[in-house]
Design a protein around this ligand. Structure first.
Ligand SMILES: Cc1ncc(COP(=O)(O)O)c(C=O)c1O
Length: 471
């Protein structure tokens, strides 16, 4: 493709992108496809000769698009959003065009220095003290793994990196029974063994019970284990439950345990001063992660990881083969040493574009609006006979179920709600997902799309009520 052809196709593609975003509501949120239907439309073998770009783009529209779930649809109320925005998309176009590999300062000085400044901006925006230093990771899963590995190395005086595991150190890790699966995965990858992950019971609001954590840590100490890390959730995936950081932090301090805070989704709410209470005590943590790629209008992937002991982080990951040596040495940040992979995308650019385009106030306005719409619909759910809210609604996630009077059998209620979810999602007009809370099948509705408006939320709720009556 020569530069002129590139220019022509790029214009065509931008037009398509603008049309897509403008008309997204006409598409079904969730595609109506069966497993394997896309796969079998793709030729078994790659083409020997290059094809015209028009043919490639046509197949994108005809084969790929009908098989996509439209995450940017304003009636996407499922999981947690991965919301994006026009400035973020434009930044991603530039990132792809630059095609830079930002592993070291020298391989892209501007990418490194913009990342440094963006992490300072984000730190200020969410009210974290300057004792934390930030770095962008691809995902919260990776950030949590980095936290565990750093905790492991610091606690073992960097011996495990050096000599492998030593039998006399048997580490234990703690999170709540409602914590995200990425924690168990990180425990497995870090070689700590999932048998040594203690899932602490939660209270009626699905938050970790600090007294049970304390009992468990005490018991583990008595048995000769080394409690390594507590991972607290600020906003669990199931119901945005909030583990109480203050008591967890004081327990961690007492026993030299690393405290990592997983605020993957809810952390964005900290840009709202009136919601800082959700992470009260966070300044005492050792590390903290949240995902601008979930609820801060920044394309997936972009995860903000903050750590207090940068030296321990870098010592855990640094490695310096000859071919990576640069004259600046460690007078600059070489982000390849701040995480797992060597190669890094230029992710700071989209944050810069998003924050500058909306401004802090603009972003705050959008999040406040999401939360206000959520509380309004929660009120409607509460006052509609036959529906129950199953967890507190601190932010923009509502956990609820349909429980018409007269049906008390647990299995029947579960099946009824699973059918309701299935019927709603089959319409293509909205998309919600589910979880289990207190062993009850629970519907989850999340109001976090960039362009979601009151009428989308109202329509979703009216559809839920109408569909429930038809079951
Ligand atoms: C609380 C929590 N932690 C971690 C994750 C994992 O996020 P990522 O996809 O960025 O690894 C999620 C994903 O939804 C989450 O809800």
């Amino acid at each position: 493709m020569n530069p002129e052809e590139f220019r022509a196709h790029a214009h065509e593609m931008v037009d398509w992108m603008a049309d897509y975003l403008e008309q997204i509501e006409r598409l079904p949120v969730k595609p109506d496809v069966v497993p394997g239907s896309v796969f079998k439309q793709i030729p078994v073998a790659p083409p020997d000769k290059g094809e015209p770009f028009d043919a490639v783009f046509r197949d994108f529209r005809e084969i790929v698009l009908p098989g996509m779930t439209h995450w940017q649809h304003p009636s996407f109320f499922a999981y947690f959003p991965a919301n994006t925005s026009p400035p973020s998309v434009l930044a991603e176009m530039l990132t792809a065009t630059l095609g830079a590999q930002c592993m070291s300062w020298a391989t892209s000085p501007a990418a490194t220095e913009l990342e440094e400044r963006m992490m300072e901006w984000l730190r200020t925006m969410i009210g974290l003290p300057a004792t934390f230093t930030g770095v962008i990771q691809d995902t919260a899963s990776t950030a949590t793994l980095c936290a565990l590995l750093t905790a492991r190395e610091r606690r073992s005086s960097f011996r495990i990196n050096q000599r492998g595991f030593v039998p006399e150190m048997r580490f234990t890790v703690y999170c709540s029974a409602e914590a995200h699966s990425s924690i168990e995965k990180a425990v497995k990858i870090a070689g700590l063994g999932k048998e040594y992950l203690r899932k602490i019971p939660v209270d009626n609001d699905y938050a970790m019970i600090p007294s049970v954590l304390e009992e468990t840590v005490t018991r583990d100490l008595r048995l000769g284990y080394t409690p390594l890390c507590v991972i607290a959730a600020v906003g669990t995936t199931g119901s945005t439950a909030l583990d109480p950081l203050r008591p967890l932090a004081s327990l961690c301090r007492k026993h030299g345990i690393w405290l990592h805070v997983d605020a993957a989704f809810a952390g964005s709410a900290l840009i709202l001063p009136e919601f800082r209470w959700i992470a009260e005590g966070v300044e005492e943590a050792d590390s903290f992660v949240f995902n601008p790629h979930k609820w801060m209008l920044t394309n997936f992937d972009c995860s903000a990881y903050f750590v207090r002991d940068v030296e321990a982080l870098v010592r855990t990951f640094e490695i310096l083969p000859e071919y990576l040596r640069t004259p600046e040495g460690n007078r600059v940040n070489n982000y390849r040493d701040w995480g797992i992979q060597l190669g890094r995308r230029f992710r700071a650019l989209k944050l810069w574009f998003v924050i500058r385009t909306y401004g802090l106030h603009g972003l705050q306005q959008i999040l406040r609006n999401h939360i206000a719409m959520t509380h309004q619909v929660a009120e409607r759910i509460r006052s509609t006979p036959g529906f129950q809210i199953l967890a507190p609604v601190p932010l923009n996630v509502i956990c609820f179920r349909y429980a018409p009077s007269g049906i008390t059998d647990a299995a029947l209620l579960d099946a009824l709600n699973a059918r309701l979810l299935e019927s709603l999602n089959r319409t293509g007009m909205m998309y919600i997902s589910h979880t289990r809370l207190s062993d009850r099948y629970t519907l989850r509705l999340v109001v976090g799309q960039t362009n979601v408006q009151q009428h989308h939320v109202d329509a979703a709720w009216e559809r839920i009520v109408a569909t429930s009556r038809e079951l």
